[in-house]
Design a protein around this ligand. Structure first.
Ligand SMILES: Nc1ncnc2c1ncn2[C@@H]1O[C@H](COP(=O)(O)OP(=O)(O)OP(=O)(O)O)[C@@H](O)[C@H]1O
Length: 454
């Protein structure tokens, strides 16, 4: 099998494009490492991606180029400058359907970290009439951090267009100020509020995107807001839903929310990404979990990691105890103010902080290439605590292993119930969750280093 060469220094970049301006830009950017995050182990990471992409069964595999997808040359410039060379499978398959006329709704599903954001961002940017200064594309996501991240992607992709953009998240809009941007990304509460107060005029909206759509339709409050929002849009608005997961019930609801949609579905055994290795550690009791965490972080110095807990107060406690123990950690949950949340997220994103403790608020969508370890300090469960929250589990571990890179996830088990939950998760996704010892740190170090390095 031939391995596709895709490093940022590839000389063959955009060689099949017809547009001179794009070719020129492609050769200009060929020497730039624009897509390379500050702290990544670049060469190994790119190698992993190349190998993964050569496999036709990989969600990153595609036969076409971005030029084949008939994107506007200005958008091609933007995506090449981001370091993208070839579409992923979901981008290759969804973009032609999303851009077709008359516009048709879409319910998209693809594994975590496989480029869904670009698929809907490029669709929004392609649908806008740039001569008209009114809102035309609206996107909502369940958390402010995710909305901000989507906005950053849109700004990069749209860099060579004249698109005007705005964020509809708490504290982003001045009181009573009208939002005239062509493309608006936000959280459903603030978006609803601004539309209701006629600060966003939705009469010319052509495309309405729900990222993490299953979550947006499923959660009580969010679901009602999403329906309300949809009802505010013009009748012929193209509705686009994306997620890595749709439980059967949500899929049913989604097909009513986005009628007559083109659909992409994954089978359950395709859901988890093979490059994310899954482990569990058998702790003696809930106190022992902290000791194991503490010892683990005395070993781990590579890359960045996220520790997920179920409750805000646990996040605070773990953060305090880890700090007392001499580790540098940061902590983010819904109890912080918007400004605090932004500061914490920015510190993690730019690599100033290496260990982030958080709740499910960051389980979905957050894309930071250098995260190579996810710890489920608490296993995600449904309200009863008796069954796993399979979707949240998949999204949480999907914060690592982005776009074909390797990653490790470790589940902490401390009693029969949590052990059962892990077993149920293993059976559900049909992927092995391997035990690592809690008492042999040499062995743990070896296992983790091997997997984290790929
Ligand atoms: N065609 C491409 N070539 C190279 N990198 C890409 C390409 N498409 C996306 N990426 C990169 O892959 C990473 C993951 O993409 P993205 O965040 O869109 O994943 P996702 O499918 O939305 O994941 P999640 O389900 O976790 O939300 C991003 O860093 C993005 O820049």
């Amino acid at each position: 099998m031939e391995v596709t060469k895709e490093s940022a220094n590839s000389p063959s970049l955009a060689s099949n494009g017809g547009d001179k301006a794009v070719d020129k830009l492609a050769s200009d950017v060929a020497t730039l490492d624009v897509a390379v995050p500050k702290h990544s182990e670049l060469h190994e990471s790119n190698y992993e991606v190349e190998v993964e992409r050569a496999d036709p069964n990989s969600p990153l595999y595609s036969v076409s180029s971005f030029e084949d997808l008939k994107l506007h040359p200005d958008l091609l410039k933007g995506i090449y400058e981001m370091g993208f060379r070839k579409p992923s499978k979901i981008q290759e398959k969804a973009l032609p359907l999303l851009l077709g006329n008359p516009p048709r709704n879409l319910i998209g599903q693809s594994q975590s970290g496989t480029g869904k954001t670009a698929a809907f961002a490029l669709s929004m940017l392609s649908r806008i009439d740039y001569s008209s200064d009114v809102p035309q594309a609206i996107c909502v996501a369940p958390a402010r951090e995710l909305a901000r991240q989507i906005m950053a992607v849109i700004k990069s992709m749209g860099k060579y267009t004249t698109v005007t953009v705005a964020e509809a998240i708490k504290q982003s809009v001045m009181r009573n100020q009208k939002v005239n941007a062509q493309l608006i990304v936000g959280t459903p509460g603030t978006m609803t509020d601004l539309i209701k107060r006629r600060l966003i005029d939705v009469r010319n909206v052509k495309i309405f995107v729900l990222d993490e759509a299953d979550n947006m339709l499923d959660q009580q409050g969010l679901g009602d807001q999403s329906i309300r929002l949809k009802n505010m849009m013009p009748k012929n608005t193209q509705i686009v839903l994306f997620s890595a997961t749709y439980s059967d019930e949500v899929r049913d609801f989604a097909t009513r929310f986005a009628p007559d949609a083109n659909q992409f579905k994954l089978k359950v055994e395709e859901l988890s990404v093979s490059t994310i290795k899954q482990f569990y550690m058998d702790c003696k009791n809930s106190d022992h979990k902290f000791e194991v965490l503490d010892a683990l972080y005395a070993l781990l110095t590579i890359g960045q990691s996220i520790i997920f807990v179920q409750r805000r107060d646990t996040a605070d406690t773990i953060a305090r105890r880890m700090t007392e123990s001499g580790h540098r950690v940061i902590n983010l949950h819904g109890g912080l103010t918007p400004t605090e949340r932004d500061q914490v997220m920015d510190a993690f994103r730019n690599g100033d902080a290496k260990v982030l403790i958080t709740t499910n608020v960051l389980a979905r969508g957050i894309d930071i290439m250098q995260v190579n370890l996810v710890i489920n300090y608490d296993i995600p469960t449904n309200v009863t605590g008796r069954t796993p929250d399979y979707e949240t589990y998949l999204h949480r571990i999907g914060r690592t292993g982005r776009f074909g890179r390797t990653g490790v996830s470790i589940n902490f088990v401390h009693d029969e119930q949590s052990w059962k939950l892990v077993e149920m998760i293993q059976n559900h996704f049909k992927r092995e969750i391997v035990q690592v010892p809690t008492d042999d740190y040499n062995k743990i170090e070896k296992i983790l280093k091997k997997e984290i390095k790929g």
